[in-house]
Design a protein around this ligand. Structure first.
Ligand code: SF4
Length: 329
């Protein structure tokens, strides 16, 4: 673990619920609540990487957007460097946005096809540092492109002239150009080939070492976050199932859902891979419009008991920063 001081980010019992009108319902029928995030709390220390994993639809991206105040927060709070963010308007959020940047899953789609990469990377500078001269902006853009491994003499090229991995590097440059304290990486390697995934992850780790930026790294696959994360949080239907230092979580997963995710991670040794027991989850993820009562994982849990349908387990400390939400663990 890296040296840490006070957390830069505190998320307290945050809930993001959406009103959903069911197809065919009467106009006067009350909308149903889709609980995308249902009471998540965590802290993030300076220079730390928190990995967030879970299947598609478990609320990872909504949680990231709620931290950035880009999703409507029903309840709870987000405290960034001592300032409460929930309820701030766009103008009030602007000063925080330059400290909290985001990179996205589809690198090409996240870059404006009508702008050169120089213009794309300069855009946040124009918003957050309007007093910089044109020459200063150009220098900063060239520096940051160089840092992420894109030749600065390509500034006048357009996004479609680059590969997926290069586009993700440009997205990282755009986030990095304003010297943020936090970058939220929303499935940044899911759309890339495996060899390119490793390059992008290694680049993020190198940049973190050089700049001290904290990362929230979202993925649906535990093998991807293993390498980069100091701590890992496992989400399921908008609830935290387990959160622990990365090494502890992989060596000693406590929640049945984490066990299932880890058992699906391929082992590079063919003999061990052939011998390992994969814990298959045989049902689909339930709808967040109609989550199971009690423990939200109970409909797929191999060790569920009757009480799991009645009471929702709370996230309990199991020593060494390891927290688990399960009645039996
Ligand atoms: S609380 Fe019950 S259903 Fe939920 S993970 Fe634990 S054993 Fe399984």
């Amino acid at each position: 673990m890296k040296d840490v001081t006070a957390p830069i980010l505190r998320v307290d019992d945050i809930k993001v619920w959406f009103d959903v009108k069911m197809p065919g319902s009467w106009p006067w029928t009350k909308p149903r609540k889709l609980k995308a995030v249902d009471g998540v709390s965590f802290e993030l220390n300076p220079g730390e990487t928190l990995g967030i994993v879970g299947e598609s639809g478990c609320g990872k991206s909504t949680l990231a957007r709620a931290v950035m105040q880009m999703a409507p927060v029903e309840a709870g709070n987000v405290v960034w460097l001592g300032d409460e963010l929930v309820g701030l308007d766009t103008g009030q959020m602007r000063k925080h946005r330059k400290e909290m940047q985001m990179i996205f899953q589809d690198p090409l789609a996240s870059l404006n096809p009508r702008m050169t990469i120089g213009q794309i990377v300069a855009e946040p500078l124009k918003t957050h540092h309007p007093n910089l001269s044109g020459a200063e902006m150009k220098d900063r853009v060239r520096d940051v492109l160089d840092t992420v491994g894109i030749l600065p003499n390509l500034v006048n090229r357009y996004p479609h002239e680059f590969s997926g991995g290069q586009c993700q590097r440009i997205g990282i440059a755009r986030a990095l150009v304003v010297d943020p304290k936090l970058i939220i990486c929303d499935e940044p390697v899911s759309a890339l080939d495996v060899s390119i995934q490793a390059q992008v992850i290694n680049l993020l780790m190198k940049l973190q070492e050089e700049t001290g930026v904290a990362l929230i790294f979202i993925a649906h696959d535990l093998s991807v976050v293993k390498h980069i994360s100091d701590r890992v949080m496992v989400l399921y239907l908008g609830n935290v199932m387990e959160i622990a230092p990365s090494a502890g979580l992989y060596a000693n997963p406590m929640h049945p859902y984490t066990e299932a995710l880890i058992s699906a991670v391929p082992i590079p040794d063919p003999k061990l891979e052939a011998a390992k027991e994969v814990m298959l989850l045989d049902q689909d993820l339930p709808s967040p419009l109609n989550p199971p009562s009690g423990c939200v994982f109970r409909t797929r849990c191999p060790i569920a008991e009757p009480r799991c349908a009645e009471t929702k387990p709370t996230l309990a400390h199991k020593g060494d920063d390891h927290q688990v939400a399960c009645h039996l663990r």
